[in-house]
Design a protein around this ligand. Structure first.
Ligand SMILES: *[C@@H]1O[C@H](CO)[C@@H](O)[C@H](O)[C@H]1NC(C)=O
Ligand SMILES: *[C@@H]1O[C@H](CO)[C@@H](O)[C@H](O)[C@H]1NC(C)=O
Ligand SMILES: *[C@@H]1O[C@H](CO)[C@@H](O)[C@H](O)[C@H]1NC(C)=O
Ligand SMILES: *[C@@H]1O[C@H](CO)[C@@H](O)[C@H](O)[C@H]1NC(C)=O
Ligand SMILES: *[C@@H]1O[C@H](CO)[C@@H](O)[C@H](O)[C@H]1NC(C)=O
Ligand SMILES: *[C@@H]1O[C@H](CO)[C@@H](O)[C@H](O)[C@H]1NC(C)=O
Ligand SMILES: *[C@@H]1O[C@H](CO)[C@@H](O)[C@H](O)[C@H]1NC(C)=O
Length: 687
């Protein structure tokens, strides 16, 4: 017995060794399997190995060694974040081997080739960002199997073919962005099954047929963009609910009731099933093969009874819509911000989370090592100074989060910073018009990172200050977004409808109503004064602040002709040399107080000087301020005041304003009044 046991012992230990070895290789193979997938992926994404040099067969992707790779707690690759890296290869089908992948961010590269259908094996993937590349081929129908998908971004590629019906299976999808491709065919009615969809962008493709009536079932929908396609037929009137969120310009032949730029449908649009729909029943078009099951080839109104009742009842929604608009406008002033915030939380939560992930979790580890020599600024946190709500400079988490936009939101608002939306460009910033998900219109100022202060604490302090500024005569900052990928800081402001004061100067004739009447001029002067006074005053919520760059261009005019000062506090974000270059411009325009050239300092009195120049410009309707002052001093009021007014102004008030302008532009700062004194003078008006 003892001998038998002794004989067995070596055998047993051998067995144990084998088991141990087996376990070891099994575990090792698990890790290696993902590494080898990553190496395959690298070979295809970055064939020349210039970008992903940190991805090596010996490395451990879960120890932060692989640029852009983040693992979950089980040691599996969870996110790959390589947006804007200049990758010029293709997407390997091998990516399907990363079974735990939840986010794949490859946007803003130059990837070409097709989207491999194998990608559909990634059933845990919630975010697929392949937008702004050069991908061709079709949208693989297999994507319909990716049940976890929440955001599918394929826009700005060269994708062809039709939109697969199978996308209607993606029950958790909240954003589907397919715009600016070359997609043809109809809009699949199955998209109406996507109950969580908030944003559907199909614009700038070659889609045809009608907008499927079923789309109105998507109650979460906020934005539906179908611009620049070849769509036709009846637009479901329920889409008016989306207000500005529904965009439909530049289609072949859409019609509908209650949409400003659409003609009313004729009976041909509504009933005749053989007419507008390509390849619809009765048409002689090509066979429907390859065309997705349409888009309600017959519209909702193909049924006569239903149709009549719907067009008759449509007067009621119009009235309700009108009331809603009026109520909305009234409420906007007071509630706009809260409503917006709430909505943002509600609808954008997945996106907000998404982008904070993108810019916090990943960037923290990933970007630190990838400092580019081209970018002088490299904040510790990957150029998203407020990402984790650090309170070092007195930001509460709540405040910073409520002001943070995610890049995706800003990108889609501006159609990826499309030139069409460019409002203007200066030496350090470009400003784009944009429409947010909630339909509100914004102006987005994008400041290159290299123009920003290089000291993080200073920059944060500047942002904090900007956020704290809230006054009815300042353009409202709604939020910001710092994008490492784009190397830009993006400031999101309310869009102001009527342009800048500059547009009302040097006007000839009054064909377009651009000559301001006298009461408007006075109101603008008073409003600008109040805005400046707010800036100059020290309050618990904000320190006193000198604007430094007030000019007619910085005074924006809203649709009630209320002036809103823009650019307040901006210099606190900008690098000194950038600030200097903006000063040169304002000096050239005559706004720069004379003492600046000797002292090199700005004070409240230099703002007062610029304000005086603005008064002169408003009174005279002319830009050339330096000449104006001479004219005003020489004493003849008639020579100063804008002749477009044809004498329609109270002389006493005009004289008083001209007087204020003159003291404000006095040579010596000590002779200029404070803005508070100016306001007192303005309101003590006896006229
Ligand atoms: C990856 O992104 C997911 C969601 O896509 C996020 O919840 C998670 O925190 C990220 N994981 C890692 C390890 O960064
Ligand atoms: C992935 O899915 C495709 C079908 O789309 C299937 O043919 C293939 O075997 C799968 N590949 C992997 C690596 O699982
Ligand atoms: C995009 O891909 C096409 C081939 O599909 C190629 O001809 C073209 O040069 C690519 N464009 C860019 C900018 O890489
Ligand atoms: C879809 O979302 C719901 C709620 O967020 C979640 O419970 C469910 O697991 C998701 N489905 C998939 C397949 O991810
Ligand atoms: C939109 O479509 C029109 C033709 O309908 C075309 O002329 C225009 O260039 C398109 N706009 C853009 C930005 O592609
Ligand atoms: C519509 O097309 C015209 C040219 O045909 C273009 O100028 C305009 O920008 C387009 N509008 C939109 C919203 O794309
Ligand atoms: C028309 O629609 C109504 C309800 O919308 C339905 O009851 C009726 O059967 C339909 N008639 C035809 C001919 O489809």
């Amino acid at each position: 017995m003892g001998r038998a046991a002794a004989a067995l012992l070596p055998l047993l230990s051998l067995l144990l060794q084998v088991v141990h070895l087996y376990v070891a290789t099994a575990v090792g193979a698990g890790g290696n399997a993902e590494v080898s997938v990553l190496m395959e992926l690298k070979a295809s994404l970055d064939p020349e190995g210039r970008v992903l040099s940190s991805w090596t067969a010996e490395g451990d992707p879960c120890r932060g060694a692989f640029e852009g790779v983040a693992c979950n707690e089980l040691g599996k690759v969870a996110n790959i974040s390589l947006q804007g890296k200049g990758l010029a290869g293709a997407i390997s089908p091998a990516v399907a081997g990363l079974r735990s992948l939840s986010g794949l961010y490859l946007h803003y590269n130059m990837l070409s080739g097709e989207i491999p259908p194998e990608i559909s094996n990634l059933t845990e993937l919630s975010d697929l960002y392949l937008n702004v590349n050069n991908l061709s081929g079709g949208v693989p129908p297999e994507i319909g199997n990716m049940a976890s998908l929440q955001v599918l971004q394929l826009c700005y590629n060269q994708l062809t073919g039709s939109i697969p019906n199978q996308l209607g299976l993606l029950k958790n999808l909240s954003v589907l962005a397919l715009q600016s491709n070359r997609l043809t065919g109809a809009i699949p009615a199955s998209l109406g099954d996507l109950t969580r969809l908030t944003r559907l962008d199909l614009s700038f493709n070659q889609l045809f047929g009608s907008i499927p009536g079923k789309i109105i079932q998507v109650s979460a929908l906020i934005v539906l963009d179908v611009r620049n396609n070849t769509l036709s037929g009846n637009v479901p009137s329920e889409l008016r609910r989306l207000e500005e969120g529904f965009q439909y310009e530049n289609n072949s032949d859409l019609c509908g009731v209650g949409f400003p730029s659409l003609r009313a449908c004729s009976s041909a649009d509504l009933v005749n099933p053989s007419r507008p729909e390509p390849y619809g029943p009765g048409s002689n078009g090509p066979s429907p093969k390859g065309i997705p099951q349409s888009a309600n080839i017959k519209t909702d109104c193909s049924n006569n009874t239903h149709c009549t009742s719907s067009s008759r009842s449509s007067a009621i929604p119009v009235v309700i819509g009108l009331i809603a608009v009026v109520a909305g406008v009234t409420a906007l002033g007071a509630l706009g911000f809260t409503v917006y915030r709430r909505q943002k939380q509600k609808i954008g939560s997945s996106l907000a989370i998404l982008d904070s992930r993108l810019s916090t979790d990943l960037t923290k580890d990933v970007y630190r090592r990838s400092a580019s020599p081209l970018i002088s600024l490299e904040y510790a946190n990957g150029w998203d100074p407020l990402a984790d709500g650090r309170s070092g400079v007195g930001f509460s988490q709540e405040v910073s989060q409520s002001f943070r936009f995610n890049l995706e939101e800003v990108e889609s608002a501006t159609q990826y910073f499309s030139e069409i939306n460019l409002l203007g460009r200066s030496s350090f910033a470009a400003t784009y018009k944009g429409i947010l998900r909630d339909g509100s219109v914004v102006a987005i100022k994008s400041i290159s990172k290299t123009s920003c202060r290089s000291d993080e604490a200073e920059f944060l302090k500047g942002l904090k200050l900007l956020i704290s500024l809230q006054h009815e005569n300042l353009v409202r900052l709604r939020g910001f977004c710092c994008s490492r990928g784009r190397g830009e800081c993006l400031l999101v402001y309310d869009f102001v409808a009527n342009g800048s004061l500059l547009q009302y100067l040097d006007v000839e004739g009054n064909q377009d109503g651009s000559v301001l009447d006298w009461p408007k001029r006075v109101a603008i002067i008073k409003g600008v004064a109040r805005g400046i006074e707010y800036l100059h005053t020290n309050r618990t919520s904000k320190p006193s602040l000198v604007h430094q760059n007030i000019s007619a261009e910085k005074v924006l005019i809203d649709h009630h002709f209320k002036p809103l000062i823009s650019g307040s506090g901006l210099h606190k974000l900008l690098a000194d040399d950038v600030v200097f270059s903006t000063l040169k411009a304002s000096a050239a325009m005559g706004y720069l107080a004379p003492e600046y050239t000797t002292t090199g300092r700005f004070t409240e009195k230099s703002d007062v000087y610029a304000f005086g120049v603005i008064i002169l410009q408003i009174l005279s309707g002319k830009q050339k301020a330096s000449l104006l002052r001479l004219g005003a001093e020489s004493g003849k009021l008639e020579d100063l005041i804008d002749e477009n007014l044809q004498g329609n102004y109270p002389r006493l008030e005009a004289a008083k304003l001209a007087g204020i302008a003159l003291v404000c532009t006095a040579e010596a700062p000590s002779q200029r009044p404070t803005i508070a004194a100016v306001i007192q003078e303005l309101s003590s008006s006896t006229c």
